[in-house]
Design a protein around this ligand. Structure first.
Ligand SMILES: Cc1cc2nc3c(=O)[nH]c(=O)nc-3n(C[C@H](O)[C@H](O)[C@H](O)COP(=O)(O)O)c2cc1C
Length: 190
């Protein structure tokens, strides 16, 4: 089924989806830095900016990061020229108390990152499928940080080179209708 948009929303939102077919082409450092900058301009509770990004784009870094993914994700993400680990600081810097919004805010940042990438002709694919404890141990990430996700970034590759299992899912997915997602408060309470 094709995506159908009711409203005239931002072009990059309409275009973005999560392909698994990457090509091996390297991504200029300027693009990597720019999409990180876009992520950093996400709003956050008390402007805490709880997100942190660990970027792998050199072969040695990519090998380390690939090793942290689940086997299924490794099978397609091995071609992505950039893998970014998103971690989030759990505590407010200004008072040391728990920041309940660290994941919410880091999600916003990833959203901004994906749209800036889209604008630059890059594809992104977020992954929750990674080995959490192995990631913490091998990258020496302290308990102050939540390990959130890995993001694959690159250029769109040839779908025909994907394994059959992935090939059949390689298209932009649709969404639940707005009326099943958002309600006027009065309707919700009825
Ligand atoms: C937090 C998060 C975790 C995800 N984990 C995986 C994953 O481990 N493997 C995978 O292939 N896709 C993963 N995805 C991709 C989603 O399946 C995809 O975003 C969703 O189906 C909507 O499709 P779209 O991004 O193409 O619009 C993840 C996405 C997010 C945001």
């Amino acid at each position: 089924m094709k995506r159908k948009f009711v409203h005239n929303i931002i072009q990059e939102i309409k275009q973005r989806w999560s392909p698994r077919a990457f090509n091996l082409e390297k991504i200029p450092e300027e693009d990597i830095q720019a999409i990180i900058e876009a992520a950093c301009y996400a709003p956050s509770c008390f402007n805490e900016q709880p997100w942190r990004f660990l970027i792998a784009s050199e072969e040695s870094e990519l090998n380390m990061m690939r090793d942290l993914l689940t086997e299924k994700n490794q099978r397609w993400a091995k071609k992505a020229p950039v893998l970014i680990l998103v971690i989030a600081h759990r505590y407010f810097a200004y008072n040391g108390k728990e920041n309940r919004w660290h994941q919410f805010d880091s999600g916003t940042a990833w959203g901004y990152l994906s749209l800036e990438a889209q604008k630059r002709g890059l594809i992104t694919h977020g992954m929750g499928g990674f080995k959490n404890q192995k990631t913490r141990d091998s990258l020496n990430i302290s308990e102050e940080y939540e390990i959130i996700a890995v993001i694959a970034i690159g250029k769109l590759g040839n779908k025909d080179e994907l394994e059959e299992e992935f090939k059949k899912e390689e298209y932009p997915s649709t969404r639940r209708p707005i009326k099943e997602t958002a309600w006027r408060l009065t309707q919700f309470l009825d």
